[in-house]
Design a binder for this molecule. Structure first.
Ligand code: SF4
Length: 96
């Protein structure tokens, strides 16, 4: 069974890219220049780091299971959302 990461499209991660070397060329005051109306304007050609499942297969699968990876990402999403004061309706929950 294929399960996708339940991104709620809050835009928090794309507006917190300060200090992320892989995204340095897109950084405008911490916000990705390709974030438009909380969506990615280069979605089909976005970098590997922004492709959660491909990033898992390419980088993180060596270190953890996919479930652990999703849970870790969801925790980071929710911490970032809380720091940015984003409405609770966007919180990410992993149903496993
Ligand atoms: S390239 Fe797209 S998905 Fe990646 S940080 Fe920028 S807006 Fe977000």
């Amino acid at each position: 069974m294929t399960v996708a990461f339940p991104c709620t499209k809050c835009g928090a991660c794309c507006s917190a890219i300060e200090g992320i070397d892989f995204l340095a060329e897109y950084n405008v005051n911490g916000v990705c220049q390709h974030l438009v109306n909380n969506g990615c304007s280069i979605y089909e050609s976005r970098p590997l780091l922004c492709r959660i499942d491909e990033a898992f297969e390419t980088i993180f699968s060596t270190y953890m299971t996919k479930e652990e990876y999703y849970i870790s990402n969801a925790k980071a999403c929710n911490i970032l959302q809380e720091q940015k004061g984003i409405d609770k309706k966007y919180r990410v929950t992993i149903g496993c």
